[in-house]
Design a protein around this ligand. Structure first.
Ligand SMILES: [Zn+2]
Length: 151
């Protein structure tokens, strides 16, 4: 009984602290593309992750730009794409102002989450082990991206 009460109290405190934040954060996200699949929505709006090596974009070698699957904002140039061997489409840099970041402590790890600056949808995590001059590796879910080759 006492244990349940304590549990209730701690859950309430937890909700009081985190719900407004969650609410504010999710309020900045909106579904723009009404044709998103459930899998895409889970990644874009619940910070899910696709299975590694599942994205056909891993093998995309053409020149062009990668756009947000939700709002169509231009996020990456094909010039910054490289094969990181991780199983997710990887980039050394994004286009200027394409993303905003936040610290993500889920799964007991401290990672930097990034989301579309235009629509707020989650795209992936950025790590500091990239091969480029800035040392960044944008690890992006392929399902969040739409590739448009330059004609
Ligand atoms: Zn977007």
């Amino acid at each position: 009984m006492r244990r349940n009460f304590l549990k209730l109290i701690s859950t309430s405190i937890f909700s009081l602290i985190f719900l407004p934040y969650k609410f504010l954060y999710s309020a900045t996200k909106k579904i723009i593309n009404q044709n998103l699949t459930d899998q895409q929505k889970n990644i874009l709006f619940n910070e899910g992750t696709e299975r590694p090596y599942s994205s056909s974009l891993l093998y995309e070698k053409r020149g062009g730009f990668y756009h947000c699957a939700n709002c169509d904002a231009k996020l990456f140039s094909s010039n910054s794409k490289y094969d990181s061997g991780t199983g997710w489409p990887s980039f050394t840099e994004s286009l200027p102002g394409a993303f905003k970041t936040k610290i993500d402590y889920s799964f007991g790890m401290k990672r930097v989450e990034y989301h579309c600056a235009t629509c707020g949808a989650h795209h992936g995590h950025v790590f500091e082990d990239g091969p480029g001059e800035n040392g960044m590796r944008f690890c992006n879910n392929g399902l969040c991206l739409i590739f448009k080759p330059t004609k």
